[in-house]
Write a protein that binds this ligand. Structure first.
Ligand SMILES: CCCCCCCC/C=C\CCCCCCCC(=O)NCC(=O)O
Length: 572
């Protein structure tokens, strides 16, 4: 017996030695690659600065002061040139990047593309496309020919995409000029924004706090006024959470409203958790104008990807005079949001009521079950795909906690969940979420289908057009918090599980009285609540958004609601 125990220990020791020695070698090699990539970025920024500086600063200030619609109009009229627009945003993006580390690469050909468009515009026969010359920033994982899509994995540096995805091709056809790529968290499965290749992107309002993720670089850049419009991706909140954290507006459409051919994903092959790309901008107006033009011309995408139905922009749904029926909630029953987030929903409710809409309480059913289904279906292989990639890479310290959870075998998590449930029931829910076998996974898929039916059934019973709710559980926390509170995505991941269109509009900022309420009234019943409370102390002044959601193909109703809230708040 002793012999076998010794043999087992020696075997385990040898395996561990081999594993750590091998990882040490991998990490040493990757550190060289990462350093080279950062050096290249520094040169790329300098080259961009050289191009940006060719534009007269007075002209730059003028162009940089225009909002999306004004810039679009001036480019159409020819009173601003494409070169002026690109050089202005090269300059503004460098400033935002210096503050937040948002950019992973400037697309230098943007300047050339702008010159070519300006040349074309001189021909009398040339018809300008609707977004002629508008500079567009892109989340790093989107496929642009000749550029990396590393998703924060050092192992994927210097492996440029060989083609533009259909969506990028379409944006170029509509006249947009992709001018930079922006940072992401390693793996994209996190709502912070840090990786071992490009480092940490910070919040433009407070560098000790995250800009959110995974489209965090977009949030930091747009919130820091370095881009006028950008594209993110969202499988659990990655467009909406950065918008909420950085005071920007964006929407994740339901999955089928864009073509996905030639695109990428954080974890390919997770059929019941629907992801989509979505615009992010400084205001809702820009999102509307962008989608009106993209969906107005959606045949371009449908013709190239038969899985994208040719569903056009529905102007009558957006511009309808018919008053809306809105269901709202301030607490999903899984994770109570901090006071500022609840106040933002109640203020938005008032704005909508003042505009004549009917706003009634709505209670999303069984969120505890939803969280289990979401984590089971998003990590449908128990996290193995991502873990395999991570183990071949330098692991980002700010997501280490989350990675450790993936490393514990599912059966161990299940056993441990029973004692844990006695002291930390919500954690136990998560520990029972990763799938044990395909039987359980099939059951989860069936449950998601049933939940979708139940949810839309509830909305139909109350004749609801849209849902109004918090965008998250807290304002932007410190960089390491998202990995420690993965369960905090309940407000956004629900709408991926349902495949609804869902957007976030900025509404307010954290006030002193929100902080007092937080200190005196916010729950401390478990570790997650304690962490959120601690992270939110000191967040006075940080932006707060609200979320609006509606069933698939009703994104125009979402945008209408968001726009009405924006109009009531900003008056413009
Ligand atoms: C013992 C607990 C086991 C559960 C471990 C869970 C580990 C975390 C897994 C997933 C986290 C999901 C967070 C989602 C954040 C937003 C991600 C997103 O939208 N990404 C965009 C994209 O993938 O394109």
């Amino acid at each position: 017996m002793l012999f076998y125990v010794v043999l087992l220990l020696l075997g385990a020791g040898a395996y561990y030695y081999h594993f750590t020695a091998n990882r040490k070698k991998i990490i040493e090699r990757l550190e060289v690659v990462a350093q080279r990539r950062r050096d290249d970025l520094a040169k790329n920024v300098e080259e961009t600065r050289r191009i940006a500086d060719k534009l007269d600063p007075k002209r730059r200030d003028y162009v940089g002061g225009l909002d999306f619609i004004q810039l679009q109009n001036e480019l159409q009229k020819g009173t601003v040139t494409c070169v002026e627009a690109v050089r202005t945003y090269f300059h503004k993006a460098i400033l935002a990047h210096e503050k937040t580390n948002a950019v992973t690469c400037f697309i230098l050909e943007a300047d050339q593309q702008a010159e070519e468009l300006d040349e074309k515009a001189k021909q009398a026969s040339y018809v300008k496309p609707p977004m002629f010359g508008v500079p567009l920033s892109l989340k790093e994982c989107l496929k642009v020919k000749g550029y990396d899509t590393t998703r924060g994995f050092v192992q994927d540096a210097y492996r440029p995409a060989t083609e533009d995805s259909i969506q990028i091709e379409h944006y170029k056809k509509l006249g947009l000029i992709p001018f930079c790529q922006t940072n992401v968290p390693q793996s994209l499965l996190s709502y912070n924004c840090s990786n071992p290749l490009f480092g940490t992107t910070t919040n433009p309002f407070d560098s000790t706090r995250t800009c959110g993720g995974s489209s965090g670089g977009e949030g930091a850049l747009i919130g820091g006024r370095g881009s006028i419009i950008g594209i993110g991706t969202d499988v659990g909140g990655s467009v909406r959470i950065p918008c909420h954290f950085t005071g920007t507006a964006g929407i994740k459409p339901s999955k089928m409203r864009f073509a996905h051919r030639g695109g990428g994903a954080s974890v390919p092959g997770k059929p019941m958790i629907d992801a989509n790309d979505g615009p992010m901008a400084q205001d809702v107006k820009a999102n509307v104008e962008f989608l009106r033009n993209v969906w107005g011309d959606i045949d371009f995408q449908s013709d190239r990807d038969p899985y994208c139905p040719p569903v056009h922009w529905n102007e009558s749904l957006y511009s309808s005079e018919k008053k809306l029926r809105v269901g709202y909630y301030i607490d999903d029953g899984w994770f109570t949001p901090t006071p500022a987030l609840q106040r933002a929903v109640l203020e938005s409710k008032k704005h909508l009521e003042n505009a004549g809409h009917t706003v009634i309480p709505f209670y999303p059913p069984r969120l505890t079950k939803v969280m289990q289904l979401y984590f089971r279906a998003v990590c449908l292989d128990g996290g193995q795909y991502v873990l395999n990639k991570l183990l071949k890479d330098i692991i980002e310290p700010t997501i280490r906690f989350q990675v450790t959870l993936w490393m514990v075998p599912t059966w161990v998590q299940r056993i441990l969940s029973y004692p844990v449930s006695l002291v930390f029931p919500r954690m136990a829910v998560l520990m029972q979420s990763l799938t044990r076998d395909t039987f359980e996974l099939r059951e989860a898929y069936a449950d998601i289908e049933a939940y979708r039916e139940e949810y839309v059934g509830m909305m139909m019973k109350d004749n609801l057009d849209v849902i109004l709710c918090p965008a998250s559980v807290m304002p932007a926390p410190q960089h390491d918090i998202p990995s420690k509170v993965v369960s905090g995505v309940s407000y956004t991941c629900l709408y991926n599980l349902l495949d609804f269109g869902a957007g976030v509009v900025p509404v307010t900022t954290v006030s002193k009285s929100d902080e007092e309420k937080l200190i005196n009234e916010y729950p401390e019943t478990d570790k997650w609540y304690q962490t959120v409370k601690k992270a939110t102390i000191g967040a006075i002044g940080m932006p707060i958004g609200v979320q609006v959601a509606a069933p698939p193909f009703r994104e125009e109703a979402v945008l209408r609601t968001m726009r009405e809230i924006e109009l009531a708040i900003t008056g413009k």
